[in-house]
Design a protein around this ligand. Structure first.
Ligand SMILES: [Zn+2]
Length: 333
């Protein structure tokens, strides 16, 4: 680990450094940037991780904004760590995978030092995080272009991890976003294990995924919302001054404190052009039309209606409908 920058304030140190992950055939090194802000007072360690999927760039900007804030308002206690860019090779070619292979880095956790390249990177990330005995890990992702920020929690990992899972639910609520559970219980332990958040949970480390709007381009509004959500959690942990920020919940009052279930049903059963009838963030009632699919002559082929009451999280990046393709994603009550 070699330090790049070192800021020293009276009660806090900020250090930017690298972790080597790979030496290239030209002997260049691929490294992961590591950021750390440490208070001189002991306290919880919180991790921010960004860009595990190379095209999900918003988290990098959020990490940068958090550290800018920490330079002005040093931590009262504890430490904030960040891997702002976990997948630099994917980032540079704007790819979800790690670039040199089609592996999804977020399906290779907790990694393996003797495994595939993705597993080796995952192992470096995972062991570094675990080495700090973290209180919480916030993994920053992006979703469809037209989507609202929401908080994703893992399926219930079983009684032996209940304590960490209770904390996950508590922190998730503090983000102020809609809280979504992809599945109530993991039907396959391996599913849970392969993601960063799931692997951490199985080590009893509370971890949450924040889906903060669109991928590819940094959306300033979503950066602002992400920073607020993270700052609110740091505030509630007593790590930053509670003075300035009051949380403004971006979700309808009736959804606060609830855990919703994710669904992108109904999917299309026709081919054609999609005309969306709902907007991200909109509340929907069961049987409400959500999209219409027309054939090339403008004849209506299908009207999709909501399965249940819920909120629209986002809609597809394109208006091309093919049978079986997801069109709208929901959080259902
Ligand atoms: Zn992602």
């Amino acid at each position: 680990m070699n330090a790049l920058t070192h800021y020293k304030l009276a009660n806090q140190q900020i250090r930017y450094s690298f972790i080597n992950v790979l030496t290239g055939s030209d002997l260049s090194s691929r490294r992961l940037a590591l950021m750390a802000a440490k208070s001189k007072n002991d306290g919880p360690g919180v991790w921010l991780t960004g860009c595990v999927h190379g095209e999900e760039v918003g988290g990098i900007a959020i990490v940068q904004e958090i550290f800018k804030k920490l330079k002005k308002e040093p931590l009262l206690q504890g430490a904030v760590y960040a891997f702002p860019l976990m997948n630099p090779m994917g980032f540079e070619i704007v790819s979800r995978s790690i670039g040199v292979s089609s592996d999804d880095l977020n399906r290779t956790f907790p990694g393996n030092p003797k495994g595939s390249l993705a597993e080796r990177i995952a192992d470096k990330v995972f062991t570094t995080i675990m080495g700090t005995n973290p209180a919480l890990v916030l993994d920053l992702h992006n979703d469809w272009t037209q989507s609202i920020p929401y908080t994703l929690i893992d399926p219930y990992p079983g009684a032996e991890h209940k304590e960490a899972y209770e904390k996950v639910k508590e922190y998730a609520e503090q983000t102020g976003f809609v809280v979504i559970n992809e599945q109530e219980e993991a039907d396959d332990r391996d599913d849970l294990k392969r993601t960063l958040s799931g692997s951490l949970l199985l080590k009893n480390v509370p971890a949450i995924t924040l889906e903060l709007g669109e991928a590819y381009v940094v959306n300033e509004q979503n950066v602002e919302e992400g920073v607020k959500a993270i700052w609110n959690i740091l505030m509630r942990l007593g790590m930053v001054n509670p003075s300035e920020q009051t949380m403004d919940y971006s979700i309808p009052a009736e959804l606060r404190g609830k855990i919703l279930h994710y669904s992108h049903q109904p999917v299309s059963s026709a081919s054609g052009i999609i005309r969306f009838k709902v907007k991200p963030g909109q509340l929907v009632k069961k049987e409400q039309p959500i999209a219409k699919i027309y054939n090339v002559f403008g004849k209506l082929e299908q009207t999709l209606v909501a399965d249940r009451d819920g909120i629209v999280l986002g809609h597809a990046d394109s208006s091309v409908a093919l049978p079986g393709e997801p069109i709208v994603s929901f959080g259902f009550i």
